[in-house]
Design a protein around this ligand. Structure first.
Ligand code: ARG
Length: 273
């Protein structure tokens, strides 16, 4: 009989114990779903509570932003993640057409745009730019046996070459200014332009130098001209008037430059030659 009483007691104690240990979790789960308890000490509450910073990009621009195993990676993706972390935010990347990024930033559907985007006077009329975090060069891709051997050939008397570009990029804008829209064909991204080059639809492609290298490496029979078409600065674009965000991002860029983070990220994707 004593044994039975002891057993019942033991069972009771276990049950009470279970109820006791189940309660905090239930409460934590409840509080994590309500906004009334911002300082709940739920373990996974911290990451859930982090505010989100939304970045717009166009992820067909290796090594700045591209898909790897279904995830957007690259120089911009990593620098943006470091900036967000510095600011205490979680980064969310939204992939879109390159020529939609400035509109998305202006409308406020994203917090900023980062896409190997060149600072230009015209863009500055629409949006603000952060400090520059990298430089870029517009290069020219040609078939290996092309009659075009330097940038000057494009301007030669009687030259009437067809040029492929990514829509809305500086390559598109400059080439249209210099050679007329009738000689410039726009594509959704650099891959599309290079496919057109391989198919003989255009005579050359004007695109940023690092993506040009990635495209030439991935496709046989192409070369990059030694002479470049334009030198540029890349920066992050932010809605005009959002000076609090602009200042924070600039502060992060200064800190991440000083501690070597930005150089490290760039070197990871663009190994020194
Ligand atoms: N630097 C060029 C520009 O600002 C091209 C950028 C294209 N970027 C991209 N992620 N597709 O116009």
């Amino acid at each position: 009989m004593k044994k039975i009483i002891a057993l019942v007691l033991a069972l009771l104690l276990i049950m009470i114990g279970c109820v006791a240990c189940a309660t905090p979790d239930d409460v934590a789960d409840d509080t994590s779903e309500t906004t009334t308890t911002p300082d709940n000490d739920n373990n996974d509450g911290d990451s859930k509570e982090k505010p989100v910073l939304k970045m717009a990009t166009n992820a067909y621009f290796q090594p700045y932003e591209f898909y790897k195993d279904g995830k957007i990676v690259g120089i911009d993706a990593e620098i943006a993640a470091a900036i967000a972390e510095y600011m205490g935010y979680e980064l969310e990347i939204v992939d879109m057409e390159f020529d939609s990024i400035i509109t998305a930033v202006k409308e406020g559907s994203v917090d900023f745009g980062m896409a190997g985007m060149t600072v230009t006077e015209k863009r500055l009329l629409e949006i603000d730019f952060s400090n520059s975090y990298a430089t870029g060069v517009q290069s020219i891709i040609v078939p290996a046996n092309s009659p075009i051997t330097s940038v000057d050939d494009l301007y030669a008397d009687g030259a009437n070459y067809k040029i492929g570009v990514q829509r809305g990029t500086t390559g598109d804008i400059y080439a249209t200014d210099d050679f007329g829209s009738e000689n410039v064909t726009t594509y959704d991204n650099g891959n599309g332009a290079v496919l057109a080059l391989l198919g003989g639809d255009v005579d050359c492609v004007i695109i940023d130098n690092e993506p040009a290298k990635a495209l030439v490496n991935a496709n046989e029979g192409l070369a990059i001209l030694d002479t470049s078409y334009a030198d540029e600065d890349y920066a992050i674009c932010i809605k005009k008037g959002n000076s609090a965000l602009l200042e924070k991002i600039n502060e992060a860029i200064v800190a991440l430059t000083a501690d070597g983070t930005i150089d490290e990220i760039v070197a990871k994707y663009i190994p020194a030659e």
